[in-house]
Design a protein around this ligand. Structure first.
Ligand SMILES: [Ca+2]
Ligand SMILES: [Ca+2]
Ligand SMILES: [Ca+2]
Length: 477
């Protein structure tokens, strides 16, 4: 009888033994739905470079993702697709809920396969029930707007600073990332540094998956050396009017836009700024978007539906494109990486049900998809990826120290790409978060809503919607 013994899969101390006789798999102490381990390795076999990219998806999207798997393999990126059913079978003994099972699976896949990039496929599966195609993690960093918000960083911060599984729930009560206003953190010492690059395609139908697969394949095979790629569009304004606070001098959004441009060596930039009235209406952004850009950076204020910024000194709010305008871009296959700076633009749990509640309707959460989801899957153009906030986007103006905030994190992203040449999208995302994490150490015993609390929210809420293994600028033929 051939006996294969997997490594201890997880930290819970349960050795998962698989005996594999001729008649098929029999497992020790598991239920009858247990399956052979995906992680069996031969004695002495070192297989830590087996797969670079792990795609986790519900079975319903598996077929639509096959062309992406074929494409990734064809460009030399070893890729493994697993369904959530397989994940839950493999992690039968691990994880208190489905999101934690996914996280344990990612940990095992890193250790047994050498996975570096994880693509989560699936958004909400209902506009009326709180159900998902692929699990999400809410964190309880409560402020007077967000009782909780989504954090995909949870799936990337696998290890704590001691190398142990990072649960984000140190008090072990099944509520994650708890830090309430005016109190010290209940879930402390969360590492927050990514150990693997994680992105999500928050798709809700096979058709949306097909659109994203087509966009990714087209981008990676055609963007290389194209003149449009070496260009960057920035739209911004006076995020904080000085009329409201003497410290809020000058147009902050434009300042950060200029800094991003300075970091993007070799890129030709176009600025649409409210201060010189090149940005006075959303038509200005829509018109320019059509030309196609390597990067688009929109710096201002947002909601799940809208984005814009103030005219100088806050004399008026200039609306930029909202989620109903994406079809107007018509930039076809010239797809930018879009960094949208504002509150809630990437709040990908919005749904129609929230239109029936006065508070969530007022917050513009009663819509079928958020701004970043919409631009990501627009079939006639839009973007190849969207980076933005799932909650309130705190800036340095919200901090006592007057340093850091979401704009600094975005700047680190452009610095990582333009100066440090980190060209795989998920790595660029991770580099920015890692820089921020190191630059602004967290005091977990400080008060909720204070500077450390803000720093935690800034990096937890900054979601990468897109393929983390995307080669920015595509591959040469
Ligand atoms: Ca970590
Ligand atoms: Ca907790
Ligand atoms: Ca200002």
């Amino acid at each position: 009888m051939k006996i294969a013994v997997s490594r201890t899969l997880m930290t819970a101390g349960v050795v998962f033994l698989f005996f594999v006789p001729a008649v098929g798999p029999i497992t020790l102490g598991t239920m009858n739905d247990a399956q052979p381990s995906l992680f069996i390795r031969e004695p002495g076999q070192s297989n830590v470079n087996i797969y670079s990219l792990l795609i986790i998806t519900p079975a319903v999207f598996k077929e639509a993702l096959q062309p992406l798997v074929v494409h990734k393999k064809s460009i030399g990126l070893s890729t493994r697709l697993v369904t959530l059913r397989e994940v839950y079978h493999q992690m039968y003994w691990h994880g208190r809920d489905n999101a934690e099972k996914v996280k344990y699976f990612i940990k095992t896949a890193m250790e047994e396969w050498g996975v570096r990039y994880v693509l989560l496929v699936g958004g909400r599966s209902s506009q009326f029930q709180p159900t998902w195609y692929c699990p999400v993690r809410y964190v309880s960093m409560v402020d007077d707007w967000d009782a909780e918000y989504l954090s995909d960083l949870y799936f990337a911060d696998i290890y704590d600073s001691s190398g142990n599984f990072s649960s984000w729930d140190s008090d072990n009560d099944g509520i994650y990332g708890e830090w309430y206003p005016g109190q010290t953190a209940q879930d402390i010492n969360i590492d927050l540094t990514p150990d693997v690059a994680v992105g999500r395609l928050p798709c809700r139908s096979e058709e949306e998956v097909e659109t994203m697969v087509r966009k990714i394949i087209t981008y990676e095979t055609t963007a290389f050396d194209q003149p449009w790629f070496a260009t960057m569009l920035v739209a911004a304004g006076d995020t904080y009017p000085q009329t409201q606070n003497a410290n809020w001098t000058g147009p902050e959004g434009e300042y950060y836009g200029n800094r991003a441009i300075e970091n993007m060596s070799g890129f030709t930039a176009t600025r649409l700024y409210t201060s010189d009235q090149t940005f006075t209406d959303k038509k200005d952004v829509i018109r320019e978007f059509r030309a196609g850009w390597g990067f688009v950076y929109l710096v201002g204020h947002g909601s799940p539906k809208q984005w814009g910024n103030n005219a100088l000194n806050g004399t008026a709010f200039v609306q930029g494109p909202n989620s109903n305008d994406m079809w107007r871009f018509r930039n076809k296959n010239k797809l930018p990486v879009c960094v949208v700076s504002g509150c809630h633009n990437s709040q990908f749990d919005v749904c129609l049900r929230r239109a029936f509640n006065a508070s969530t309707r007022w917050k513009q959460e009663g819509i079928p998809e958020c701004w970043s989801e919409r631009i990501l899957r627009e079939p006639t153009g839009g973007s190849i990826a969207a980076l933005g906030c799932t909650g309130l986007g705190y800036t340095k103006e919200d901090k006592i120290s007057f340093k850091g905030g979401i704009n600094e994190l975005e700047g680190a992203f452009f610095h990582a790409y333009g100066q440090d040449h980190v060209t795989v999208l998920g790595d660029t995302w991770a580099a920015a978060i890692t820089w921020y994490r190191q630059t602004y150490p967290v005091a977990w015993n400080s008060s909720g809503l204070g500077d450390s609390w803000i720093d935690v929210k800034v990096i937890q809420s900054w979601a990468l919607l897109g393929d983390p293994s995307l080669q920015i600028g595509g591959y040469p033929e």
